[in-house]
Design a protein around this ligand. Sequence first.
Ligand SMILES: Cc1cc2nc3c(=O)[nH]c(=O)nc-3n(C[C@H](O)[C@H](O)[C@H](O)COP(=O)(O)OP(=O)(O)OC[C@H]3O[C@@H](n4cnc5c(N)ncnc54)[C@H](O)[C@@H]3O)c2cc1C
Length: 388
Amino acid sequence: MNISILGGGIGGLSTAIALKQEGFDVSVYERHSKPTTVGAGIVCWPNASFVLAQLGILDEVAKVSGSIKYMNRYSNTGESIGSLDISELNRLMKYPSYSILRKDLINALIQRTIALGIDIYYQHDVTHFSDKNGKTSVKFSNGKSIESDIIIGSDGRMKSLSRAYVNGDNTPIYQGFINWVGVFEDKSVNFSDLSVADYWGTGKRFGIVPVSKNKAYWAGGAVAETIMAVNSNKYKSELNSLFSDWPDLMTKIINGTPESSINKIYVHDHDPIDKWHKNNVILLGDSAHSPLPTSGQGACQALEDAWHFTRCLKENINNIANAFVQFTELRKDKTSGITMGGRQLASSIFNQDIEFCQQRNLASRNTNYQNVVVGMAKGWSRGLPIEC
Ligand SMILES: Cc1cc2nc3c(=O)[nH]c(=O)nc-3n(C[C@H](O)[C@H](O)[C@H](O)COP(=O)(O)OP(=O)(O)OC[C@H]3O[C@@H](n4cnc5c(N)ncnc54)[C@H](O)[C@@H]3O)c2cc1C
């Protein structure tokens, strides 16, 4: 059985590794000429770390990650409004949480694909799917085409052609806010306890995730009704005008990050869908479910897909259709719940009503975060062999 994976991002590479480890013949087709490392960083929560351990790269990931301890929430004036104990989450889920730069996670995945001898074909930009007697073939812009027993569509959230092919529509939904993201490094700053800092304002948010004592990735977010053209020369002045009256650390981070390394993202997600497969094509990762960054789970769920899909295929080795149905059934509810949870948190964080935001911050201060941790552990363990 040969398997072709479209898209060499987090979902595509992790699925290639999981399948190859079980002896499947697998190749990856990526549109870019090299691995894509755009984006700042990711928290690999314990559910993702479970999968990284199964892929044989958790130790490598640990070497270039931060062992984050707490997620501390603040108002935009720096007042503490709650603290979530990540060490307790790790204890309940029995795996660590790691903050990592996106480029380092991709690099760990790439090194593993190389070690396993997986072929990655770069400059293979999918342009077309076609049907022939219930089997699908794929064309690339370089004129080449492929046919495989299984085609995995893991071509991301913004223009997934595999989602368009399977589901008939692939239009992402703009959720009304921008994220400027970047990586900040400064020897004079000491993120001593490696805790996430999450500042909530009115229609604005600033999050800082340390990956080491002197390095953090960050995201400044703000409501924007419409999508406009971006101009990278203006990113710092845009950020400064939004966050100059927030705690000093934000100004230091904004001004201390090279402008060329800041990205401005109009944030989109997708409505959950029921249809994840057609003929011999199956979707996974963001092309199947793409929650907002406020869910904190996009990459983690793409990693979970890799592990689940491989198991479903192994259990249904003579019946691919069954494997697809089983995988979809296993994954649909959990990923839909995460998408809707991401939207709910975004609508609260980016609310523009001052009164609402004051009440929200008060509610956060009065929240029993121990209960929140237990709920997160239960929700994120769902479907995985992690008892908590
Ligand atoms: C601002 C922002 C912050 C985020 N922060 C977090 C976070 O903190 N934690 C977290 O868990 N998740 C986070 N995410 C989500 C996470 O990045 C994604 O969920 C994750 O990357 C999904 O993996 P994927 O492989 O499905 O897609 P991607 O990683 O996007 O990979 C898709 C791949 O497909 C390739 N491709 C696309 N089209 C084609 C084509 N036509 N032909 C061939 N190849 C193609 C792309 O080049 C890319 O390499 C964030 C997302 C955003 C937008």
